[in-house]
Design a protein around this ligand. Structure first.
Ligand SMILES: Cc1ncc(COP(=O)(O)O)c(C=O)c1O
Length: 463
């Protein structure tokens, strides 16, 4: 950004010349980058075109810039070694994060396969929205999210997850974090403590703690959340992943679901159901949501597009119980929807045209194959020295070593050196000594053909 000071005795064109020159020398304007046209720069600076033209011409004459006919002005490639240190503006610390580390064998459970993204259909929907003349760029989204998207989601959730609601109960969010931020503000007048799964997804734990709630970790048994422990805690809110416990993978049986619902009724409590990867089930039929078992109850249903579509879009949704709608409108009536209108509209088209269902079918087939490849690779490399738990759904499995414990931190580091990324299981534990005989193996982000070799590297490192 350039700023001209009319109170300064230095001519305006010279001020601009100096500022551009300093940025070129400091490397802040990269070689061959294009400067704004004379006209645009003049508008930006509220200066005359002569001012900008004078600066550009002088910079060209001295070799800082070069011009290309009908294309504009570009930054010259100047060898930084040759720039005398006296000319350099003291370099500022570069605060940009480095490029994200990439691993050949990325076993992080939240990675999707880049091949699975339906680029062509999504691009068509985006382009259509860009071309349409219906105000995609001249207005805000509806605060709660576009009604068309909420209505489409309502059909989808009812059909596929047994969720029973109306579009006015659906709130479009930019991920679980933002959804839970809203929930935390919505419930803090009535609740003080939240039970979270242990091991469990770390985000809700941190989020509710940051909002001032007492967070009580509750253990996980073979059927998911330990309901006895929940009952003996004084909590009135429970955050759970009943259809695919994160990270251990248990499915909560219907008897436990009903017991949980009865706990909520008795306690006048609230259940937050995180149904993050329900679309991906490779064994048996999909399990219906908890919300569908008791739609009139105090259950907040959370869903996301991050697991089968893309985590990069930041698109998710939640279904609020009717009992919270009044407070939601009271507290959030002036809030704006955090998801760009363009993304919402493109998703409406994507779903309405049947691309979503088609994409789900493809993903299920594709990830089922990867899931199978992972189980086979584990069998081949670990044999009877490990057993797999939590398989049959989602994008990861958990490997439990039958003999011996792992130095987890050491293994994560050694695996990194061999090109394998592991997310430590201990990250999922609230406190205390983490289990160290478990490995979390995501298969979404590893190339199908690389799975056997990646798993073999891990088994060699462990043995
Ligand atoms: C249990 C669980 N819920 C939700 C999410 C993410 O949802 P979002 O990307 O919509 O924030 C994740 C991501 O890994 C997760 O593990």
């Amino acid at each position: 950004m350039f700023i001209l000071n009319t109170n300064d005795s230095t001519p305006l064109y010279r001020q601009l010349y100096q500022q551009i020159r300093d940025q070129v020398l400091a490397g802040e304007l990269p070689a061959h980058s294009r400067l704004p046209s004379i006209r645009d720069m003049a508008v930006e600076l509220a200066a005359s075109r002569n001012t900008v033209e004078g600066a550009y011409q002088e910079l060209c004459a001295e070799g800082y810039l070069y011009g290309k006919s009908r294309s504009g002005y570009f930054v010259s490639d100047i060898d930084p070694e040759l720039v005398s240190s006296t000319q350099l503006v003291p370099p500022q610390q570069d605060l940009r994060p480095g490029p994200a580390e990439s691993y050949r064998y990325d076993f992080h459970p939240a990675r999707l396969d880049p091949q699975s993204f339906p680029s062509s259909a999504w691009r068509k929907c985006l382009i259509e929205c860009l071309r349409s003349d219906s105000g995609t760029f001249s207005r805000y989204s509806e605060p709660q999210g576009e009604w068309g998207l909420r209505r489409t989601l309502q059909y989808y959730l009812e059909r596929s997850r047994g969720v029973r609601c109306s579009p006015d109960q659906i709130v479009i969010c930019s991920g679980l974090q933002q959804g839970l931020d809203v929930v935390a503000q919505l419930i803090r007048e009535r609740h003080v403590s939240v039970a979270t799964e242990n091991p469990g997804y770390h985000l809700p734990r941190d989020l509710f703690r940051n909002h001032g709630f007492k967070v009580v970790p509750i253990g996980i048994g073979p059927d998911g959340l330990d309901l006895d422990a929940l009952t003996s805690s004084a909590c009135t809110v429970a955050y759970i992943t009943p259809s695919h416990q994160m990270p251990l993978g248990q499915v909560m049986p219907v008897a436990n679901r009903l017991e949980l619902i009865s706990w909520a009724k008795k306690m006048e409590g609230l259940i937050i159901e995180d149904d993050y990867d329900s679309e991906l089930r490779y064994v048996g039929r999909p399990i219906s949501s908890l919300q569908g078992l008791y739609p009139q109850g105090d259950i907040i249903y959370q869903g996301t597009f991050s697991k089968v579509f893309s985590p990069a879009l930041r698109l998710s949704y939640m279904v609020l119980p009717r009992t919270l709608l009044h407070d939601y409108h009271r507290l959030f009536r002036n809030y704006l929807c955090p998801v760009p209108l363009l993304i919402q509209r493109a998703m409406i088209l994507f779903m309405e045209r049947g691309h979503w269902e088609q994409h789900l079918r493809r993903c299920r087939i594709y990830y089922r194959k990867k899931h199978g490849a992972m189980l086979k690779a584990i069998e081949q490399s670990f044999g009877s020295s490990a057993r797999v738990i939590g398989q049959g759904a989602g994008l990861h499995v958990v490997l439990e070593l039958t003999d011996g414990l792992i130095d987890e931190a050491g293994l994560v580091e050694r695996a990194k050196q061999k090109g394998c990324r592991l997310l430590p299981v201990s990250d999922f534990y609230a406190s205390g000594s983490p289990e160290t005989n478990k490995l979390l193996l995501g298969f979404g982000g590893v190339d199908m053909d690389d799975i056997p070799h990646g798993v073999q590297i891990l088994s060699t490192l462990i043995k």
